[in-house]
Design a protein. Structure first.
Length: 585
């Protein structure tokens, strides 16, 4: 059930943008409401703490008027009982651990948290502080009850001695015995009340101990479990009451002795507080483990208190962000290669090498879909650990057994296809044995497409089962699109270069033909113009000398000859103009 009482937060942050982001995250958190008071300086924070009550402080250690661990010490001095959560940069995680050693409840890394993690850390900080205060009150009450019991015991001893001394006088002894009996009854009643109070205090302490969400184990100086809380018992799969006496290395690590990096073993050597990040598959992930030494009344070390905070989700997110950054890096490199590429084979080889080296995958290859009868897939480029694997492939993109693997499916459907686990995926059975020999565990295939049609595929092999996140698939799909575009662009440029070269052959031929045409036109025009002048002169003489003697038919014939001569002259003129134009070109 959500807590209806809002948690009052004093946010000490000099960056307005970070402050707004944190408040937005807290406003979006589910299951709890928060009221945030924001100040930008240490002196303003101290003034606010004196003026009003806060449940928790959210502190940036780098302020205009204070930096580093001194900032934490100043806040603790101003308000010793205020639980604190510090904000650090991604590069200052060591400072966050040092802050925890000073008594800070938790730390958050800027830029790598979400609203759920921030809200949970604040709630845990408040609850841990409340639990510590309840434990302190219970301890004080227990000490008070112990003193009362000791007083009762002394009183009882004195009463017994007095009774023995009074045995000489029977009457007096009887009277005093009755009085002592009454006093004894009162003592017994008081002792019973003290025992009940002690038992109640213990029950309240155990209840608080079991409500803490962190995994807590108390160990002796022989690595034996003294007590665990419910969270730890649940992770171990045992009842809390069955844990005492078990060696912690057997219960937690399933080994016959402490591991080499055991923080408890280090604490037993130097008797100091230790904190470290530990990956423990038996407990289900990654943990921030702190070990605090315990000493008896004489100062001798008698064991330690282990507190393990589950940071699996945070570590997974960090790993995902790292992989996405590497994929973005690969995407940037592929774009640079695309701009410089002029050879198709070299371009594809570089793309494969970038994915292997930057994204950390086992092997990458590019294949083209064949349009032959078997619809095969032909490998054309690869990078990474192959060891002859591509030579063993018999992949088709047809809807057959050889085409129902991830590569054939991606080409056939034009969509991303995956084999999340090669050991269990039945569609991967034809290639399983050879893939397992080379350490492949899963694969993802991205189709290479143009105009919504797949003509090839980029296949990626990983050494881990199901490693591909949704965001990474999107980025790798962009890389595959760039690869397809690059291949088509290189082919287009090559075809264009071939076409330009062909046009330059053709241009030379046209130039030669134009020169021949120019010479022919000039020769024809020159050779025809002189006879034409003679014909034209003869026609003039006939028209002048025989005009009166010619009949209508003869005059019509002369007129037609004259028109033909004129058309012939016009054609010769056009030939000369054409030869001049060709010469100018």
């Amino acid at each position: 059930m959500p807590d209806t009482q809002p948690i009052k937060i004093l946010l000490i942050e000099d960056s307005p943008s970070d402050a707004r982001l944190i408040q937005a995250d807290l406003n979006n958190a589910e299951g709890q409401t928060f009221t945030v008071t924001w100040v930008e300086r240490l002196d303003a924070a101290v003034a606010a703490l004196r003026a009003q009550h806060f449940d928790v402080g959210l502190l940036d250690m780098s302020l205009p008027d204070s930096t580093g661990l001194d900032t934490i010490k100043s806040i603790q001095h101003a308000k010793p009982d205020l639980p604190l959560v510090v904000l650090t940069g991604a590069e200052n995680e060591t400072v966050g651990l040092e802050a925890i050693r000073l008594g800070v409840q938790d730390y958050l890394t800027k830029g790598s948290t979400d609203n759920r993690l921030a809200a949970r850390s604040i709630r845990y900080a408040v609850e841990r502080k409340r639990a510590e205060e309840r434990q302190l009150h219970l301890t004080e009450a227990l000490e008070l009850h112990v003193e009362e019991i000791q007083t009762i015991n002394r009183t009882l001893s004195e009463s017994r001695r007095a009774a023995l001394n009074m045995m000489e006088d029977a009457l007096e002894a009887r009277e005093r015995a009755e009085r002592i009996s009454a006093e004894l009854a009162l003592d017994i009643e008081q002792r019973k009340k003290a025992e009940d109070a002690l038992r109640q205090s213990r029950e309240e302490w155990v209840e608080t101990f079991n409500l803490i969400p962190d995994l807590i184990a108390i160990l002796d100086n022989q690595h034996r479990i003294v007590r665990v809380n419910k969270a730890m018992a649940d992770r171990l799969g045992i009842a809390p009451e069955s844990a005492p006496g078990m060696p912690c290395y057997h219960a937690v690590h399933d080994t016959d002795g402490p591991p080499s990096n055991c923080p408890h073993a280090q604490m037993l050597i130097d008797q100091k507080f230790h904190i470290s990040e530990v990956r423990e598959p038996n407990l289900g992930g990654d943990f921030l483990v702190s070990v605090t030494p315990m000493f008896d009344a004489n100062g001798a070390l008698r064991g330690g208190v282990h507190v393990a905070r589950d940071i699996t989700e945070r570590k997974q997110r960090e790993q995902e962000l790292y992989k996405l950054n590497q994929t973005l890096k690969a995407l940037g490199k592929s774009s640079q290669v695309l701009m410089r590429a002029d050879d198709e084979a070299d371009f594809m080889a570089q793309i494969c090498r970038i994915v292997v080296e930057d994204c950390g995958y086992k092997m990458v290859w590019i294949g083209f879909a064949e349009n032959d009868e078997g619809k095969g897939v032909r490998p054309v480029a690869s990078a990474g650990f192959d060891a002859g694997y591509l030579e063993t492939l018999n992949i088709s993109w047809d809807d057959t057994i050889a085409g129902r693997g991830p590569t054939g499916t991606a080409i056939r459907t034009g969509k991303v296809s995956m084999c999340r686990n090669m050991l269990t995926d039945p569609a991967f059975e034809p290639w399983r044995e050879e893939a397992i020999k080379r350490g492949y565990a899963s694969s993802m295939v991205l189709p290479l497409m143009t105009d919504n049609k797949a003509w090839g595929a980029l296949t990626i092999y990983s050494a881990l089962p199901d490693p591909f996140s949704e965001d990474e698939v999107k980025l790798l799909a962009e890389l595959a699109n760039d690869c397809a575009y690059g291949i088509i662009a290189i082919r287009t440029r090559a075809a264009l270069n071939r076409a330009l070269e062909t046009l330059r052959k053709k241009a030379d031929e046209l130039t030669f033909a134009n020169s021949e045409l120019e010479a022919f036109s000039y020769t024809v025009a020159h050779d025809l113009r002189n006879p034409l002048h003679s014909i034209n002169a003869c026609l003039g003489l006939l028209s002048d000398d025989f005009k009166t003697n010619l009949g209508e038919i003869e005059r019509g014939a002369l007129q037609r000859v004259d028109q033909s001569v004129r058309r012939m002259a016009s054609v010769i003129t056009d030939l000369l103009v054409l030869s001049k134009i060709a010469g100018q070109q």
